[in-house]
Design a protein around this ligand. Structure first.
Ligand SMILES: *[C@@H]1O[C@H](CO)[C@@H](O)[C@H](O)[C@H]1NC(C)=O
Ligand SMILES: *[C@@H]1O[C@H](CO)[C@@H](O)[C@H](O)[C@H]1NC(C)=O
Ligand SMILES: *[C@@H]1O[C@H](CO)[C@@H](O)[C@H](O)[C@H]1NC(C)=O
Ligand SMILES: *[C@@H]1O[C@H](CO)[C@@H](O)[C@H](O)[C@H]1NC(C)=O
Ligand SMILES: *[C@@H]1O[C@H](CO)[C@@H](O)[C@H](O)[C@H]1NC(C)=O
Ligand SMILES: *[C@@H]1O[C@H](CO)[C@@H](O)[C@H](O)[C@H]1NC(C)=O
Ligand SMILES: *[C@@H]1O[C@H](CO)[C@@H](O)[C@H](O)[C@H]1NC(C)=O
Ligand SMILES: *[C@@H]1O[C@H](CO)[C@@H](O)[C@H](O)[C@H]1NC(C)=O
Ligand SMILES: *[C@@H]1O[C@H](CO)[C@@H](O)[C@H](O)[C@H]1NC(C)=O
Ligand SMILES: *[C@@H]1O[C@H](CO)[C@@H](O)[C@H](O)[C@H]1NC(C)=O
Ligand SMILES: *[C@@H]1O[C@H](CO)[C@@H](O)[C@H](O)[C@H]1NC(C)=O
Length: 644
């Protein structure tokens, strides 16, 4: 039985190590956010269209290396999106680069207003979204020229003539060659490499025009070692480094070779093991002893395969959701969209299509899935497994039938009005789930995105927290924060928002907002100046000693005033501006369930601020995904070697 398992595993291994051989060139050239903004009223629709557009792009990139998408029919909030890889990238590098590109572009969605356009230029791929049809546009006012930092150190006369020549040549050749050309000019002891790429959304005459503009714009860079022009219709780059055509093992440096050697060693040792097993099977019982020995050696592999029982086949999940048919879509969140699926054994599950691609850190992802899937609590949605080998990353969760708290509190039509008791139980359940994440696990988990939409309800209206642990999968990635914010204005603790400081107390803050929303039946418009925030309103009533007036009027007074005051008081305690003053989740659970004394909140809740937040500025994000893909490849191989 070891045979098919190992074969499967080998296949697995190959799909993981691919990044070791490649260079997705996912270095950042520029992220350009448009300065037109959306009115607050259609922000939600626009974000939802934006997320759908990002979803729709991935499969197109996977099948034809470029994507062109229009989402939304209302002209005021349609989203147009376009993405493409440079022609010299291999298909797998293309997908890697694009995954990176996609995770960065939400940085254009800021707090106050919604930027209606953004372009992310990486050196291997490009992604743009906007609220108008820019397909066919060759030049635009937002076009940018980005020069390197250092001057060329050498014969500058020769360098200059080489650079001018390569750029001119590229802009002439690319329009004739399907919009792409790369090459170098060397002479006088210096070599200048260059690459020109027109986007598939322009025709060849626009391509020529765009590159002519680019080649004259790029000459302003020329004493510098590096120059790039980032136009609406094309990309042009020169450099003293050979940056293109790095796929394949031919041009690798020392580090690459070592990795290659390790990987080959692992692969061949796996192959050898396979052959030995094959021959054992062939020679039958005579070799029993040796076979026993081999089985021991394969123990490490077997345990990895066992872990992979969490792994679902992409095809299975695709079929379970009827190829992600829109009728099976349950909802959309910051990290991806969720579909209802029925597995071959009849089990109903929820399948989340991740907006973020995990290819680059597959092993970490796997460990996390493993960890999270081990968490059992009545108030936490169970993670059943994942799929990481297909074109997109998927997570499989238990299906929770009765939608989210958001649906029940805010979607007034056809949602059942939740009674006081139900609301109270939901609050207690949510608190218990969070307390479990914070305190009762070996690895403390900070949720980071507690909100009504992430509290699901089962058939008995028991609260189940969704999406926990997801944030751990994207360490220190600000993107997660910004997409979170895009959908979740008003839930973020001040210290997290402003300084990125993250402790359990950030969840406590979000929980406090949730409590107040559930009790008042109103949304907290955290950063909207037009309306008095409900936190402010509840605080005002608290100071007047009239807290019960804040309770959702739809309840028609069917609740105990004392209970209402207690719960709202807890909400206020949790939303105090200073993290130290907020109670921990286990304390909150005690306050809710025992009839314990509730201390008085001493500080008014953190209220809306109109200041722009520094870490949201789009410039200066230089992430290097190559290193992370390499290290994941490395630790993968090291783990295997260690196991043998
Ligand atoms: C949408 O387009 C229609 C016609 O094309 C126009 O009458 C209407 O004002 C537009 N609405 C908005 C919000 O731009
Ligand atoms: C190329 O596209 C531009 C802009 O869309 C258009 O004005 C031009 O007529 C097109 N040229 C050809 C040959 O199709
Ligand atoms: C930004 O907006 C201002 C006016 O609102 C405009 O003058 C300026 O050209 C815009 N800049 C860009 C890069 O679009
Ligand atoms: C550009 O470079 C190619 C290949 O090096 C060469 O064949 C071609 O003649 C050059 N074209 C121009 C306009 O210099
Ligand atoms: C720089 O290169 C040019 C042309 O290749 C050559 O004529 C010149 O002598 C060189 N200068 C130096 C200082 O090497
Ligand atoms: C070419 O460059 C090398 C190293 O950069 C230098 O040692 C050598 O002198 C240069 N030769 C000429 C002819 O400039
Ligand atoms: C390139 O096009 C942009 C946008 O039309 C224009 O502002 C810029 O001056 C042009 N640059 C050159 C060098 O022609
Ligand atoms: C790119 O690499 C391939 C194989 O490694 C080679 O055949 C081709 O000539 C290279 N192209 C350029 C422009 O260097
Ligand atoms: C793998 O799982 C099987 C049953 O699912 C178990 O019998 C076996 O001991 C496991 N092997 C390892 C190495 O964990
Ligand atoms: C919630 O579950 C109850 C049964 O417990 C069911 O009657 C009701 O229709 C469900 N509501 C929604 C919105 O699914
Ligand atoms: C819902 O409540 C009923 C009755 O208490 C119980 O039998 C059932 O198992 C509960 N369902 C879930 C999913 O907990």
């Amino acid at each position: 039985m070891a045979f098919p398992f190992s074969f499967h595993f080998l296949f697995f291994l190959f799909s993981f190590i691919r990044p070791c051989f490649s260079d997705p060139r996912a270095t950042s050239a520029a992220l350009i956010c448009s300065n037109r903004t959306a009115a607050p009223s259609d922000r939600q629709i626009f974000i939802s269209n934006f997320l759908s557009a990002m979803d729709a792009i991935t499969p197109q990139i996977a099948s034809r290396r470029f994507a062109q998408v229009i989402e939304g029919t209302e002209n005021s909030s349609s989203v147009f999106a376009f993405g493409q890889c440079m022609d010299d990238l291999s298909q797998s590098d293309c997908e890697l680069c694009f995954a990176q590109c996609k995770t960065q572009i939400p940085r254009c969605l800021p707090f106050q207003k919604l930027t209606r356009g953004g372009r992310n230029f990486l050196d291997g791929c490009y992604l743009r979204y906007d609220d108008f049809e820019f397909f066919g546009q060759d030049l635009s006012p937002e076009d940018k020229t980005v020069c390197g930092e250092r001057d060329f150190d050498g014969n500058s006369t020769a360098f200059k003539s080489n650079a001018v020549q390569v750029v001119r040549n590229l802009s002439v050749e690319a329009p004739k060659n399907n919009g792409f050309f790369m090459g170098f000019v060397d002479g006088g002891n210096s070599t200048v490499y260059g690459l020109a790429q027109c986007w598939k959304l322009v025709n060849s005459s626009s391509c020529r025009q765009c590159l002519e503009n680019a080649s004259s714009a790029i000459s302003s860079c020329i004493p510098k070692e590096e120059g790039r022009v980032l136009n609406a219709g094309c990309y042009l780059r020169y450099s003293t480094q050979k940056f293109y055509n790095n796929s394949g093992s031919g041009t690798t440096g020392k580090g690459h070779r070592r990795r290659l050697a390790i990987v080959l060693a692992v692969c061949s040792s796996v192959l050898v093991s396979l052959m030995i097993i094959a021959s054992c099977v062939f020679f039958g019982k005579r070799e029993l002893a040796r076979r026993e020995n081999e089985r021991k050696q394969l123990g490490a592999l077997a345990s990895t395969v066992n872990k992979s029982e969490l792994n679902f086949k992409y095809e299975t999940l695709e079929r379970a959701t009827n190829y992600f048919h829109s009728s099976n879509k349950l909802g959309q969140g910051g990290s991806g969209s969720v579909y209802k699926g029925i597995l071959p054994d009849g089990k109903v599950v929820a399948i989340k299509r991740l907006f973020f691609n995990t290819r680059q850190w597959v092993d970490e992802f796997f460990n996390e899935v493993n960890l999270i899937s081990g968490i059992h609590h009545k108030n936490l949605v169970k993670l059943l497994g994942c799929s990481i080998t297909g074109p997109e990353s998927l997570l499989v969760y238990e299906y929770v039938p009765n939608k989210s708290l958001h649906h029940h509190i805010f979607n007034v039509e056809n949602a059942r009005l939740l009674s006081w008791e139900v609301r109270y139980n939901i609050i207690v359940g949510t608190a218990e789930g969070l307390a479990h994440l914070h305190e009762e696990l070996d690895a403390r988990i900070i949720h980071r995105d507690i909100k009504l939409g992430n509290v699901l309800l089962d058939e008995n209206f028991t609260a189940k927290i969704a999406d926990f642990g997801l944030a751990r999968l994207f360490p220190e990635d600000k993107t997660h924060i910004s997409t979170g914010i895009a959908g979740t204005l008003g839930y973020m603790a001040p210290e997290y928002l402003v300084r990125g400081k993250l402790t359990e107390k950030a969840d406590v803050y979000s929980f406090g907002v949730l409590v107040i929303e559930v009790i008042c039946g109103r949304r907290n418009n955290g950063y909207d100046q037009e309306e008095l925030s409900i936190l402010q309103m509840v605080w005002n009533l608290y100071t007047l000693n009239k807290l019960p007036e804040a309770v959702d009027p739809r309840l028609g007074g069917r609740f105990q005033e004392e209970d209402a005051s207690r719960v709202l008081c807890i909400g206020l305690l949790c939303t105090q501006a200073s993290a130290e003053s907020r109670p921990s989740m286990p304390t909150v659970v005690k306050m809710l369930t025992d009839n314990a004394m509730i201390p008085s909140p001493t500080q008014p809740p953190f209220l809306s601020s109109n200041t722009e937040l520094p870490f949201m500025r789009p410039e200066n994000h230089h992430s290097r995904p190559e290193s992370s893909s390499h290290s994941s490849g490395n630790s993968m191989t090291v783990t295997l070697l260690g196991g043998r």
